[in-house]
Design a protein around this ligand. Structure first.
Ligand code: FES
Length: 116
């Protein structure tokens, strides 16, 4: 093992941003709710299509299971920024694509805010 503080190899950076979107669907009336029940599917479809049609090959998009804050959904999280978004409309998705993915600027109005 080297005593140097330098890493022995460089980690590959596959994506500039990587979005994980919750696809969990629970039945209507479930006490935890779900992103699916809150209308996530058409939003994520739009997001995936935008990434593809705009040829944003440096943006990763992964269908995820429950992210743990179900009643706040639909939820997605973008790394490496660690920004949690709760979009509710097609326009919200377009804004995330345009502002965050293309310009690298957080869309503050769509950030999930936890209240205690
Ligand atoms: S169902 Fe989406 S965060 Fe739990």
């Amino acid at each position: 093992m080297s005593e140097s503080a330098e890493p022995e190899f460089e980690l590959p950076r596959l994506y500039r941003h990587h979005a994980f979107a919750c696809y969990t669907q629970r039945p209507p009336g479930h006490p935890r709710g779900s992103c699916g029940a809150a209308g996530a599917q058409p939003l994520w479809d739009r997001l995936g299509k935008a990434i593809e049609t705009e040829r944003l090959s440096d943006i990763g998009f992964t269908a995820a299971g429950c992210l743990g804050f179900c009643s706040a959904g639909p939820l997605m999280v973008v790394y490496p920024d660690g920004v949690w978004y709760r979009p509710t409309t097609a326009q919200d998705i377009d804004e995330i694509v345009e502002q965050h993915f293309k310009q690298g600027k957080r869309v503050d109005r769509l950030v999930m805010v936890l209240t205690r």
